[in-house]
Design a protein around this ligand. Structure first.
Ligand code: TNX
Length: 517
């Protein structure tokens, strides 16, 4: 009798445990959603919109651009939910069960990239003043679509109800990829761009030339790639993008509201070009290709006229393929160029870039020259140069190596990366404010923030992922979310929740001990 009683009790307890664990964990509190970057305002209404076989996406009728963004959302949601959501053009106001992307009636103060997301039990409505804003809002929808069952079976998927009003703090939120030290093919680059989109990064800076390799076809100077693109750090095969491939990357990025910023580094970091064309050297002799990792030993011959013909051709050809406003001229670590040669060189190159309708960005050393007021100094090392740049009316792009360099090792034990600037753990990379980092350089001087990924030690996509994740989401939040709303002790829990996205996207990420995964 007693035994039976105990047995019954155990059974009841087991049933209770099972019923508790099978109970849907309803994501009905929008305020608790782990969105990165953190939106400006979120208000929750405590219910949920359910995605099911009847869910459909609607976009304003007559816009291929909105249909494309709608399809992008459908593809992403279908991949994660297993549903087959389709995209329709809205002839009338769509009703129950719809996810509606619209530009009509939006508050213009949302700006270029802002959006308003209103979720009720009946409908998800995303509105924005511009298509870019809708795309940003789509990323939020992706991040708040949650599986509400813990039974292990797919779905049902839900979106918690409430309202999000959101817009970025800085207009330039970027990542740089060095494709020169090690070359990365078009598919790898597109994968990186896809990751950037998820975190609302809107600028992709491609470091297309350096001592170790020239990576973009220039039709008027074909040996740059034929010879100069033929190897890489360590002596491996190298590679380059044809103009068609580069345009394909630019288009892939543009479809995700990401602007490509091409960089041709000069006058230093030019051994690959110097090795391809002897006439670019002051002594007329082409050096051998270089596959080491030293810096500061090469220079275009600043006194030869052919150098400027060369630069004109390169800037002209690349600018013609680049719809974005910027052309990055490098300008860093020109230790092999005398400063009295460097200054007039940079001045003249700024004119060439202006001639092709582009705005100059250069590493902070360009502030030694006479900057055009619309030029941008990318601050990586020298605070003095940053001050010099703003004194000339130029703007600053913040990439301080001690904080924003995602090629730095996380700590002594992490296998990839360098540490000349710092070891940058995930919290170090998050805990800084671009607008108070350099005394005298305030928010009004800064266009935004960028995380450079130099690739001396990075040889494959897996390595890029390991260095990007989970630091890149932090840079994205620094660029998007006002500093007053940022706090590591709160962010780290949101970041931990993103492990599920990393896993879904098959990202090789660093499981930092500082993040409560
Ligand atoms: C410095 S940062 C460089 C690059 C290296 C990088 C490695 C900058 C403008 N120049 O040439 O790749 O350090 O972290």
């Amino acid at each position: 009798m007693k035994k039976i009683h105990i047995f019954q009790t155990i059974l009841i307890m087991m049933a209770m445990i099972i019923s508790v664990s099978c109970k849907p964990k309803e994501p009905t509190d929008l305020a608790k959603a782990s969105i990165i970057p953190k939106p400006v305002t979120v208000s929750a209404t405590g219910e949920a919109f359910t995605l099911n076989s009847k869910t459909a996406i609607f976009v304003d009728a007559g816009s291929d651009e909105l249909t494309r963004t709608g399809q992008y959302l459908a593809d992403k949601l279908n991949a994660s939910t297993g549903l087959t959501i389709v995209v329709n053009e809205a002839q009338t106001e769509p009703g129950k069960g719809s996810i509606f992307l619209t530009l009509s009636g939006a508050d213009q103060s949302l700006g270029e990239e802002g959006y308003l997301l209103t979720v009720t039990k009946q409908q998800v409505k995303l509105s924005a003043a511009n298509p870019a804003g809708l795309f940003m809002g789509v990323q939020t929808i992706r991040q708040i679509t949650a599986r509400d069952s813990v039974s292990g079976k797919p779905g049902p998927f839900r979106i918690a109800t409430g309202t999000i009003t959101d817009h970025p703090d800085y207009s330039y939120r970027g990542m740089m990829l060095d494709v020169s030290r090690h070359f990365f093919g078009v598919e790898d680059v597109k994968q990186v761009i896809e990751y950037l989109a998820f975190y609302k990064i809107n600028m992709f800076h491609m470091h297309l030339s350096d001592d170790q390799g020239w990576r973009i076809e220039i039709k008027s100077w074909p040996n740059l790639t034929a010879h100069g693109g033929s190897t890489q750090v360590g002596g491996g095969q190298g590679g380059f993008y044809t103009q068609e491939q580069y345009s394909d990357i630019v288009k892939f990025a543009a479809d995700r509201y990401i602007t490509v910023v091409p960089e041709i580094d000069m006058p230093g970091h030019t051994n690959a070009a110097l090795s391809s064309y002897p006439e670019l050297n002051c002594n007329g002799k082409a050096p051998d290709l270089y596959t080491g990792t030293d810096v500061g030993f090469s220079s275009l011959c600043t006194k030869k006229e052919i150098t400027y013909t060369f630069i004109d051709d390169v800037v002209r050809e690349i600018s013609a393929l680049t719809p974005g406003p910027f052309f990055h001229i490098g300008g860093d670590e020109s230790h092999a160029t005398k400063v009295e040669d460097y200054i007039p060189f940079i001045n003249r190159v700024q004119d060439i870039v202006a001639k092709y309708g582009k705005r100059v960005i250069g590493w902070d050393e360009i502030a030694l020259s006479t900057l055009k007021p619309n030029s941008v100094a990318q601050c990586w090392a020298s605070e003095e140069n940053a001050i010099k740049a703003i004194a000339q009316g130029a703007k600053i792009l913040m990439s301080p190596a001690k904080k924003a360099y995602i090629d730095m090792q996380y700590d002594k034990s992490t296998p990839l990366g360098l540490h000349w600037a710092a070891y940058i753990e995930v919290d170090d990379g998050y805990n800084w404010d671009p607008a108070s980092y350099i005394p005298g350089v305030g928010k009004e001087n800064i266009i935004g923030v960028e995380a450079p990924m130099w690739t001396e030690t990075i040889t494959k996509l897996d390595d890029i992922e390991y260095m990007m994740f989970p630091r890149l989401p932090g840079i994205a939040e620094i660029g998007w979310t006002p500093v007053s709303m940022r706090n590591w002790d709160e962010y780290k829990f949101r970041l931990a929740q993103h492990a599920k996205f990393f896993e879904e996207m098959d990202i090789n990420y660093y499981k930092s001990p500082r993040v409560p995964w």
